[in-house]
Design a protein around this ligand. Structure first.
Ligand SMILES: [Zn+2]
Length: 339
């Protein structure tokens, strides 16, 4: 799907020079702080980049500026691929601001907007994407060198069959069913990234009903190493079906919540009960959560909404499946080994 090999090779050489020849290159994932929106920057070991969502509009392009800063921090000079999971403002809102700051080469999304009140942001996005726009479907594949992406959801549909990988126990007995969701969230592009033994699932704001279609009666995804909690930590119970979350068995969960958005008490408990969970990392201390429903401070990037410095969380993944998660606020880091 990705075409310009010559550019990628030339760019990889640049990235290599910037990082220094002695450094083995890792797959890096940055959860940029967009205060309860989403902006996840993935940089492959060859220096190819994929940004998933762009945070909010407004605030003097605060989120676009933070993404542009992360692009510089990652040693990049552009964004090769931008995936917009869906057209809510906390995901697509940063596109106009970001496009003024950073070159974006290719755009990917689920197709038409489904909510009339999002028309202005959708139209702005479509105009900027122009003829560099690709519409993704569940079942599509993408690759960033040796990093593979399987699209597991898009436009309200999920993959029909389970992926050919791993272990597939299910958690369906007694699972709560919720009615069909008609919001843009249900249209979210979701993907499973795999790099050797390591795997990462990001399904944007995919809703409970579609999560159930991924999990029951057939667990279609299998186990993952790292999971970005759906919908900023299962906002309002619209996402976070335990039948999916527990069958994924992520070792590490990153929650891209805001101080007062996402990750209500029930969400924390759903994650804490994941069989074999090793750690939870949060973009923000949830100020609507009590202390028992936040992870330890050292694994929270931003402790106070009133004094937000925009710290990110980063995961660096080596070819052997070992991965290290780092908090930019305090440089606390911890290493894990993908099962
Ligand atoms: Zn959202």
């Amino acid at each position: 799907m990705f075409r310009t090999l010559a550019c990628i090779v030339a760019f990889s050489t640049l990235a290599f020079a910037q990082r220094g020849p002695a450094q083995p290159r890792t797959l890096d994932i940055y959860w940029i702080d967009v205060e309860g929106g989403a902006a996840t920057l993935i940089v492959s070991p060859t220096g190819e980049s994929l940004l998933v969502d762009t945070g909010f509009p407004g605030n003097a392009d605060r989120d676009a500026q933070r993404i542009a800063q992360a692009v510089v921090t990652a040693g990049l000079s552009r964004i090769d691929h931008l995936v917009i999971t869906h057209y809510h403002g906390d995901h697509v809102g940063g596109v106009p601001g970001l496009s003024k700051l950073v070159q974006i080469r290719n755009f990917y999304d689920h197709g038409d907007n489904t909510e009339p009140n999002g028309a202005a942001q959708f139209n702005a996005y479509v105009a900027l994407a122009g003829n560099k726009r690709t519409i993704l479907k569940a079942g599509d594949k993408m690759a960033l060198g040796s990093v593979d992406l399987s699209i597991v959801s898009a436009a309200g549909k999920v993959i029909e069959n389970r992926l050919e990988r791993g272990f597939f126990a299910n958690q369906c007995e007694g699972a709560e069913i919720k009615p069909e969701d008609k919001t843009e969230n249900s249209q979210s592009v979701g993907f499973l990234l795999t790099y050797g033994k390591f795997s990462f699932l990001d399904v944007g704001d995919l809703t409970w009903d579609r999560e159930m279609q991924l999990a029951c009666p057939v667990n279609k995804i299998g186990e993952v190493s790292l999971f970005q909690a759906t919908h900023h930590g299962f906002s309002n119970g619209q996402s976070g079906a335990p039948a999916l979350i527990w069958s994924l068995r992520p070792q590490v969960v990153v929650v891209n919540n805001g101080a007062r958005k996402g990750f209500s008490n029930g969400g924390f408990d759903t994650i804490a009960k994941i069989p074999g969970i090793e750690d939870i990392w949060q973009g923000h201390r949830g100020e609507i959560n009590d202390a028992a429903h936040n992870t330890a401070d050292e694994k929270i990037a931003n402790l106070s909404a009133a004094d937000d410095k925009g710290y990110w969380i980063k995961a660096s993944i080596a070819a052997d499946g070992s991965f290290t998660v780092t908090n930019a606020r305090n440089n606390f880091s911890k290493s894990y080994t993908a099962r």
